[in-house]
Design a protein. Structure first.
Length: 305
């Protein structure tokens, strides 16, 4: 799967992924008003507005980007209707030729991780039929429970040609409470990085592994160390833009071949119309604003790598 993502990155010269993380405050009022008029002030109405919002952004940007990353919690907050909206968003993105990275951060004991892996990137047989329930291409995985929580995902990657990104050093301010703790004189994130490299050796796809890592743009010095520890693992880089990560901080995340990393932006793209820089597009032009923000981001990231 990683070779498919790399091919799309190279074709579009765009090492970026758009995070489809809808919040109620991001939705243009006209979309929500239309949905409420049809379905009332319900969870279903909110989800209809979310799906239309997502489709507008996908339609405006799919020719520029290789992938999208829907964050499942932003859909689960709406309950069952939200889960359906997540699935519809994933399916629509795939119909436009985009790689879908499900930001699900799952990880549990072996049998439970197996169920998560099956549901999100694997297949399940019901009688004579086989289904891919959520059918994302790649997902994020929490390694906190150890190898038996990650191995089921790797098994599915190898069986179904999928990929994962393992949380190694996240972009949030308090990540260091655990991730930076020293064990035998070394920070925990380095030890996790070494495990990612080890896991990745069992799922190679060309020059890179289907087992990647999440490393925040807000910690470039740590990113430099982790790039050396995991030379064959693709790095998913959150924290660019709204969280403070800058393009010049990202050079160390890429390898000398110009590959090795894909940078995420969520609110900076999907809520671009609220930014003064793109205010000329107005609420009705939210999708066009997102397209301009994508163009600017690609230029910014490419200037660094």
């Amino acid at each position: 799967m990683i070779s498919k993502l790399i091919k799309k990155i190279e074709e579009k010269d765009a090492p970026i992924v758009v995070g489809l993380d809808p919040q109620m405050s991001f939705l243009p009022k006209f979309l929500l008003d239309e949905a409420i008029k049809e379905k009332g002030e319900t969870l279903e109405a909110a989800c209809d507005a979310v799906v239309k919002y997502n489709k507008g952004i996908i339609d405006a940007t799919f020719d520029l980007i290789p992938a999208v990353k829907p964050q499942i919690a932003m859909y689960e907050q709406f309950g069952c209707a939200g889960v359906a909206a997540y699935k519809e968003t994933c399916d629509y993105a795939k119909s436009k030729g985009l790689v879908v990275i499900g930001d699900i951060k799952r990880g549990d004991i072996g049998s439970t991780s197996g169920a998560y892996a099956t549901g999100h990137i694997g297949t399940i047989e019901i009688g004579s039929k086989t289904y891919a329930p959520f059918d994302e291409d790649m997902v994020t995985v929490n390694p906190y429970l150890g190898s038996d929580g990650v191995q089921p995902f790797i098994d599915v990657c190898n069986k179904c040609d999928r990929g994962i990104f393992v949380l190694v050093k996240t972009s949030n301010p308090s990540s260091g409470e655990f991730q930076d703790r020293e064990i035998d004189g070394r920070p925990l994130y380095e030890l996790v990085g070494e495990k990612v490299r080890e896991w990745g050796e069992a799922s190679m796809d060309g020059d890179y592994s289907n087992v990647g890592a999440v490393v925040g743009a807000t910690y470039p010095e740590m990113g430099k160390i982790l790039r050396q520890i995991m030379p064959k693992s693709y790095i998913l880089v959150p924290g660019y833009g709204a969280q403070g990560g800058k393009a010049e901080d990202l050079k160390c995340f890429f390898n000398s071949d110009g590959l090795g990393a894909i940078v995420n932006s969520s609110r900076g793209i999907i809520a671009a119309y609220k930014n003064e820089k793109y205010a000329k597009f107005g609420e009705a032009g939210y999708a066009e604003a997102s397209r301009e923000a994508v163009k600017d981001m690609i230029a910014d990231i490419n200037s660094a790598r």
